[in-house]
Write a protein that binds this ligand. Structure first.
Ligand code: UDP
Length: 485
């Protein structure tokens, strides 16, 4: 017999911009489908979202959509700046979060019927198993990164890892099935460059990746059309995989079908968006601007910023550059000095902001190229908008993603491991001027594929329907109320 209430799904992302964005979009998709949702943020991020977004008012439109909070296990005075969240995975900290999660699940009413958690939160699987709650892992980084990370033990066994000091970084990697023809040493996730495979971060990545494959199912933010061959490989280890991306396009497609094209979408941002850059773009000719932005975690040296800036200034294109506060590392505040100086010098060629409304920018007709750090969300947002990319990967999956963009999809260039003004200038000119039509054509074709995949009958559209049905079915099997001591 069915339950006389909507199924209740709990979401729990890793508290970083790039992990939260696709998770909140999926939560909204499930709310649209009639599920009751609890979306858990850490206290810290919840406060930031309340400060910079209309989150609380926005989600009131969905009945039963709750915004919950949970500890990140760290002391209150922890700075939580830069790439801080791996601190959450240290044993003692993870244990605190695990306990809070368990307490919450035991006490919440109505009970949770299914959990969708970030694939890095392995401890959530233990809690779900203990309480008998079905659990689906959402790996928000790229499928190619999931697959290379999953294959690390095989690469070690085959002697392809560790990479030794004098390595030819262009050597092809042969032990990651499906990637043998085009993935080089330098295209592996950045953590694979560790000299010692006993490195604690490598071990954590392998452990969490393999553990997430033990969940009831795996969700990936991609489309069959974008990553089909790798999805087939992943399915040999994780039989139930839902490819429901690009999730920004899927959400837009479903929300617009319900509320119309002029619907004002939720912008899940941890920093204040400077919308003045859109007014600046309004004054620029079509496809004339390079948008340069490096995500929410990248930091760079003063020298690197100067090289990037000169490359842009010397190119034949105008530019919109995002420099996040405190993202430039210099001695004794030198980072801030250089940013202030560049602001002044940029006025006649470009515009600089702290943080942009990225999706609006990428979809603006004035933008013709994207100089990106190749974070997975940024990559997919560029693909959907049909904007060719110049990739300057910083860390984690970005090294893999930039190779996919340049060699698999052929919608951009990969500037990996180099930060030199001449090369920046050359690549920007290639994408914006010299090979403009070639890249614009391939990017437009790729964008069209993504739109097909998220439209009625498309692969991601149908995979989401399957996920919705499967969650309903799983929910029927969960106990009506779990009572534990
Ligand atoms: N983003 C944004 N404004 C900015 C920079 C980034 O809204 O100025 C958003 C971007 O649209 C993307 C996310 O932040 O959704 C960054 O995620 P990504 O996976 O690209 O990179 P990460 O920040 O995790 O390195």
């Amino acid at each position: 017999m069915g339950k006389d209430r909507s199924s209740h799904v709990l979401f729990f992302p890793v508290p970083s911009q790039g992990h939260m964005n696709p998770m909140i979009k999926l939560a909204e998709l499930l709310a649209l489908a009639g599920f009751r949702i609890t979306f858990l943020n850490t206290h810290h991020n919840h406060e930031r979202l309340l400060r910079f977004t209309n989150m609380a008012a926005y989600f009131e439109r969905y009945s039963g959509f709750e915004l919950g909070t949970i500890t990140d296990g760290l002391p209150q005075d922890h700075p939580r700046s830069g790439h801080w969240f791996p601190a959450m995975f240290e044993d003692a900290t993870a244990m605190k979060i695990k306990q809070s999660l368990r307490d919450m699940l035991v006490n919440v009413s109505p009970p949770v019927d299914c959990m969708i958690v970030d694939a890095f939160l392995g401890f959530a699987l233990d809690v779900a198993r203990e309480l008998g709650i079905p659990i689906v892992c959402f790996r928000t980084s790229s499928p190619c990164c999931f697959w290379t990370s999953y294959s690390i033990p095989d690469m070690i066994r085959a002697g392809e890892l560790p990479i030794n000091g004098n390595e030819d970084m262009d050597r092809l990697i042969t032990t990651v099935p499906g990637m043998e023809t085009h993935f080089r040493c330098r295209d592996l996730p950045s953590y694979c460059r560790a000299p010692d495979m006993e490195d604690s971060f490598i071990k954590l990545i392998v452990k969490q990746t393999r553990k997430s494959a033990e969940a009831d199912a795996l969700i990936l933010n991609t489309a069959e059309e974008l990553d089909g061959p790798i999805l087939s490989q992943i399915r040999t280890q994780c039989p139930i995989v839902y490819a429901i991306g690009p999730i920004n396009a899927l959400l837009k497609s479903r929300v617009n079908a319900k509320h119309g094209e002029s619907y004002h979408h939720f912008s899940n941002t941890l920093l204040e968006e400077d919308k003045s850059c859109v007014s600046w773009l309004d004054k620029q000719p079509n496809r004339s601007v390079t948008y340069a932005c490096f995500g929410s975690l990248t930091s760079m040296s003063r020298e690197q910023l100067i090289e990037l800036w000169y490359g842009l200034v010397n190119s034949k294109s105008n530019f919109l550059l995002v420099v996040r506060p405190n993202s430039v590392i210099g001695k004794d505040g030198e980072g801030d000095d250089v940013v202030n100086e560049l602001f002044d010098k940029t006025k006649d060629r470009g515009y600089i902001v702290d943080w942009a409304p990225q999706e609006a920018v990428l979809n603006h007709p004035a933008v013709g190229g994207f100089l990106t750090h190749s974070g997975w969300n940024s990559t997919l947002e560029g693909v959907v908008a049909g904007v060719p990319m110049i990739c300057w990967p910083y860390f984690a999956d970005q090294q893999v993603n930039s190779r996919v963009v340049s060699e698999v999809w052929k919608i951009g260039l990969d500037m990996k491991d180099v930060c030199d003004r001449k090369i920046v200038e050359k690549m920007v000119n290639d994408v914006m001027v010299d090979r403009k039509e070639e890249f614009a054509k391939s990017a437009a074709e790729m964008s069209k594929l993504t739109y097909q995949s998220v439209s009625v009958g498309g692969s991601s559209y149908s995979n989401l329907d399957r996920l919705i049905e499967d969650i309903r079915e799983m929910s029927l099997k969960t106990p009506q109320k779990v009572i534990f001591s």
